[in-house]
Design a protein around this ligand. Structure first.
Ligand code: NAD
Length: 273
């Protein structure tokens, strides 16, 4: 299967569908990522705070897949940029991953009780310049944070990775991303399993002979978002990637849009410090 790519504002291309490893235990990460690579995923989303970069790195090394065919994202944790140790944090992540560069490095949360995230952004610009990461971006940034980055930065974030699923669509943040030419990545794209019993999801699954997770993944793909659903179950890892043989209709997409109910699962970025 050829996974579509999205062209980022710095010219690099990212596979639209990847594999996320939050809450994958360190000791299981190698096995789970190896399964994902075997199934065909080439884009892996991890973070320093997930504590599993070493397992991800081992799976990558053992896979023998050429580096240029992989797309690896990791993230800078808040305490590191508050302490002014952004460069050291990326070097540590690269060492754990066994890589010379990542494809995408993100500020994990803005933590806006001070404006240290702006210094972090300038540090990421340098790390990009030096080639330790190809692209740089942000995560959990609200429009007000993007405005500040636009004021002080010389580079526009390539992506903003935010919580998006049918129950919480953050259309204001998506519109702000679009205004700046920032690609939107959806985290917890399946609402961690909380949308599978919703009527429009079930109805579309039945109509296309697929499962509810596959419906929700198509909803994101057809609306242009980048996503990386997580699972540790081999059959689900495979079926979440098997989503290129059908398409939702406009009516099915709108019915899923109508599930919006401000159903936030994770932290509110304005309050997460
Ligand atoms: P998700 O929406 O991908 O849901 C994963 C859960 O859904 C699984 O644990 C399982 O319970 C269920 N599931 C998955 N596939 C299924 C299937 N085929 N059938 C039935 N159930 C299935 O949630 P997530 O892991 O929170 O988010 C995905 C990725 O997004 C993370 O792994 C991480 O990479 C990223 N993320 C980033 C942030 C951030 O702050 N930047 C926050 C959360 C997640």
């Amino acid at each position: 299967t050829a996974v579509p790519t999205v062209k980022l504002n710095d010219g690099y291309e990212i596979p639209q569908l990847g594999f996320g490893v939050w809450q994958v235990p360190a000791e299981q990460a190698e096995e789970v990522v190896a399964k994902a690579l075997e199934v065909g995923y080439r884009h892996i989303d991890t973070a320093a705070i997930y504590g599993n970069e070493e397992g991800v790195g081992t799976a990558i090394a053992k896979s023998g897949i050429p580096r240029e065919e992989l797309y690896i994202t990791t993230k800078l944790w808040v305490s590191d940029f508050k302490a002014g140790t952004t460069r050291e944090a990326l070097r540590t992540s690269l060492e754990k991953l066994g890589l010379e560069y990542v494809d995408l490095y993100l500020i994990h949360w803005p933590s806006p009780n001070d404006e240290k995230y702006l210094e972090a952004w300038k540090a990421l610009e340098e790390l990009k310049e030096e080639g330790l990461t190809r692209s740089i971006g942000v995560s959990n940034f609200l429009p007000e944070h993007l405005d500040k980055v636009a004021e002080v930065g010389s580079v526009t974030p390539a992506v903003n990775q935010i919580e998006i699923h049918p129950l919480l669509q953050q259309r204001d943040v998506q519109a702000s991303n679009e205004k700046y030419g920032i690609a939107t990545q959806a985290w917890s794209p399946l609402a961690q399993g909380q949308v599978f019993d919703e009527e429009p999801v079930k109805a579309a699954a039945q109509a296309h002979g697929v499962n509810p997770a596959q419906v929700v993944i198509r909803w994101h793909l057809q609306q242009g978002r980048i996503l990386f659903p997580k699972s540790v179950t081999p059959e689900r890892i495979a079926s979440n990637f098997d989503v290129f043989g059908f398409a939702l209709t406009d009516e099915e997409l709108s019915a899923i849009d109508a599930l919006e109910r401000d159903g936030r699962i994770g932290a509110n970025p304005a309050e997460f410090n």
